[in-house]
Design a binder for this molecule. Structure first.
Ligand code: FES
Length: 106
């Protein structure tokens, strides 16, 4: 089972087992990870699931589609490695994925 690690802005680390086929957002919510509100439930319509992916992982992800790219413009302080975690689907290849939650999401 793949493991995903979430690191808060203050440095708290939470590593959780993730079900293949679930999103990185769903994995966070079901494990009580703070800082990922996911107000729209994964419809790519709120940007409250914004994460900053560690560089080495960012390059391995499927690039964002137009809808995600547009919604990322509404994220607070987007970074070059920003993604919407509801659009990242867990696969075996993402075992070890590390994402950071922004300072505005606690
Ligand atoms: S949960 Fe709303 S955009 Fe991801």
């Amino acid at each position: 089972m793949p493991t995903v690690t979430y690191i808060s802005f203050s440095g708290d680390r939470h590593s959780v087992d993730a079900d293949i086929g679930k999103s990185v957002m769903e994995t966070a919510v079901s494990n009580g990870i703070p800082g990922i509100d996911a107000d729209c439930g994964g419809a790519c319509a709120c940007a409250t699931c914004h994460v900053i992916v560690e560089q080495e992982w960012f390059e391995r992800l499927t690039p964002p589609d137009d809808a995600e790219r547009s919604m990322l413009e509404f994220a607070v302080d987007p970074q070059p490695c920003s993604r919407l975690s509801c659009q990242l689907v867990v696969t075996e290849a993402l075992d070890g994925l590390v994402v950071h939650t922004p300072s505005t999401q606690r």
